[in-house]
Design a protein around this ligand. Structure first.
Ligand code: IPE
Ligand code: IPE
Ligand code: MG
Length: 247
């Protein structure tokens, strides 16, 4: 069976899609498998979602892989997730690089082992000139942590209070230089933000599906983009004021 083409005009393709990849544990549980098997299946799925992202012409993809709160999970799960991060870098880096994917990290690397930190930094460095897709990996990422970190840096830089503007704060975020997400997708049906990109998603559109992350396929991604294309983004204004503007 051939894939259904994406039926969206180019100007309605989101520039930036952010995904809360949720439901790996429940996916595994449904099959009588350990939670880590769900995380492995989720990682496999990430490959096809990255491929579809390139196919659909989305330029920025941010994926929520591990939150600042996820350290509170049982140690064997945390350990397994760290192992998966390392495996992904070791096994997928060359292919991602060849496909023109630029890897970035958002969050704090401090809690990773020095060797894993070095691997992540090497991957970022190796892919820094690629521009087909910017893939932001949120690992040890928390939206509140990011804001705290930004405030600390602003104070350390001696910025005067009157110079603290919306655009200046944006420059102190881990995502500095990237457009805000146009569309946030959350799998597994939870209706909450779970500390993800709380600054950057002020005017993002949301798409929540009950599908667990390992089963979120190209077809469902296509539907999410087609739903997004139908949205009327008003940014607090009325539609007539926005006509002809790119806001
Ligand atoms: C998302 O799946 C992956 C991570 C948070 C690392 P979960 O592990 O949260 O799966 P559920 O929500 O328990 O099903
Ligand atoms: C959000 O999922 C974090 C990631 C997908 C990495 P969680 O499973 O941690 O979120 P809650 O606990 O359901 O809010
Ligand atoms: Mg979850």
């Amino acid at each position: 069976m051939t894939d259904t083409p994406l039926n969206v005009p180019v100007d309605k393709i989101p520039r930036h899609v952010a995904i809360i990849m949720d439901g790996n544990g429940r996916w595994a549980n449904q099959r009588g498998l350990p939670r880590l098997a769900g995380h492995k299946a989720g990682t496999e799925n990430l490959r096809r979602v990255i491929r579809a992202t390139v196919e659909f012409g989305v330029k920025y993809l941010t994926i929520y892989a591990f939150s600042t709160e996820n350290w509170g999970r049982p140690p064997e799960e945390v350990h397994g997730l760290l192992g998966i991060l390392q495996d992904v870098i070791d096994r997928e880096l060359n292919e991602l690089n060849q496909e023109g994917v630029q890897l970035r990290h958002i969050g704090r690397l401090e809690r990773l082992s020095p060797s894993l930190q070095a691997r992540v930094l090497k991957a970022i460095d190796l892919t820094r000139n690629n521009d087909r897709l910017i893939l932001n990996i949120a690992w040890n990422y928390g939206g509140r942590d990011e804001i705290v970190c930004a405030i600390q840096k602003i104070i350390k830089d001696g910025i005067a209070p009157d110079d603290v503007t919306d655009s200046l704060v944006g420059k102190y975020m881990f995502t500095a230089g990237a457009p805000d997400p146009d569309l946030v997708i959350r799998t597994s049906g939870e209706l909450r933000v779970s500390n993800f990109l709380i600054w950057q998603t002020a005017y993002s559109e949301w798409y929540v599906t009950p599908t667990f992350w390992p089963d979120f396929d190209r077809e469902e991604y296509r539907r999410a983009l087609e739903a997004f294309a139908q949205r009327d983004r008003r940014y607090g204004k009325v539609s007539s004021e926005l006509e002809g503007s790119n806001a």
